[in-house]
Design a protein around this ligand. Sequence first.
Ligand SMILES: N[C@@H](CCC(=O)N[C@@H](CS)C(=O)NCC(=O)O)C(=O)O
Length: 204
Amino acid sequence: VKLYSNQHAVNPRRVRMFVAEKGIDVDVETVEVDIATRENRQPPYLEVNPLGWVPVLELDDGTRIAESIAICRYFEALHPGPPLFGGDDPIAAAQVEQYNRHVEHELLMHVTFAFRHLHDFWKDKIEQVPAWGDLAKRVATERLDWLDGVLDGRPWIAGAHFSVADITALCAIDFARISKIRVGEREHLSRWYAAMKERPSYEA
Ligand SMILES: N[C@@H](CCC(=O)N[C@@H](CS)C(=O)NCC(=O)O)C(=O)O
């Protein structure tokens, strides 16, 4: 299988961390796609993903999966252990889904908007709306307070067990640094972040 990826980008890292956490022994050939030169927005990459995003997983039969959580779910179905989507327990699965979506929509999305609308990397590449970036940065910072509260009294975001929600949050938080949004003194988030850094998947 091939993974169309970018080593600096946040969403491909989610997939790499997921694969590392699973300990999957699968031969994934990484194809680096250069976002800086807009390679992802031109043919032939647009045939791989007409939306121009990475990551995309391409199976040996040519099937493409072009959404990071869909890729993770594919690997989860093939390799159920350790369960990173809550496993067979309906409540645990619902909690993981809830928190992963909360982290995606409340934190990662705003971190992404802050980067896209404020950082020089995107200058002359996309239409930047700085006021949108400022607002997104403020919201992302507030969401770190929310996440600090979530982690009060529990080791991982969805509860007792490490899950894909932790991977999404870690990737969002590391990616936020480029926009000068940081964990700072938040007690529970700091403890969780230190634990995340200890995991071998952190280097993925
Ligand atoms: N929801 C998609 C989002 C993918 C996405 O935002 N990818 C970014 C990199 S992290 C990208 O390809 N950006 C290139 C661009 O905007 O041109 C997923 O999770 O797979």
